[in-house]
Design a protein around this ligand. Sequence first.
Ligand code: AMP
Ligand code: MG
Length: 280
Amino acid sequence: MKGPRSRGAIRVRPGRPIRLSAIDPDSTGGFEGKDAARVSLDKDLDRLRERQRLLYADGRHALLVVLQAMDTGGKDGTIRHVLSGLNPVACVVTSFKVPSAEELAHDFLWRIHKAVPPNGVIGVFNRSHYEDVLVVRVHQLVSPAVWKARYEQINQFERILSENGVRIVKIYLHISKGEQKRRLLARLDEPAKRWKFSMADLAERKLWDKYMDAYEHMIRNTSTAEAPWYVLPADNKWFARLVMSTVIIDVLDRLDLEFPKFDRPALRSMKRMRKTLRAE
Ligand code: AMP
Ligand code: MG
């Protein structure tokens, strides 16, 4: 079931069954607590900044981070922390909500494809095309034949993207039902968090087991070599942030990014330009 780990993240090997109930959402990968992880997170954020500059300068690849989680799973906070300090020019976050009438009149990947980041840019999907095999399945918004066919459609779509320079990392923030209860209560208790609460959250919570089944099935059918799923223990927000930054750095490191190279004639003309500028 388990694949290679990036500091506590579980990379799901293609075709392997996974059991979410066997993965501890409360794991902290050996870190004692938030303060102990602070130095590592700060270092990671610096490394991420460096890699982002290189991705932008290199210009041959985009990075797409797909984020999925149950309500209160920590998607927004993780995005806020992990992307803090990155160059906003080369970073785009897209949140996918209930599809509009126009979006529903198209194939489910229409709105997704438009949001794929261009070369040089890090794109994050806050929810994604995976809702079209999750919420849609749990609420029976389409027939089983329709959502089942989407696994292969998604795999093909992601293959096309990856063959065209888009590196895809898919992250599932794994929280426990108990932690969700704590976070929902915090949203009700704390005035500054109330705006995040939605009545629908409680209805969705009742469907927890159905969602877990849908997530397991979806991860098993769509974790591919070119676009793997990572399951991140996320009951501890600080740990999920740390692990997510590490996963992204690892992926960027494997891209062999480099600053553009210049041939001799280009270097010679730069030399001339330098001379001209200096003499000005
Ligand atoms: P939030 O992330 O709290 O802003 O909520 C967004 C809502 O949009 C969630 O309840 C999602 O399940 C829902 N949503 C996102 N994509 C889809 C989709 N393709 N079909 C139906 N509902 C969706
Ligand atoms: Mg919500």
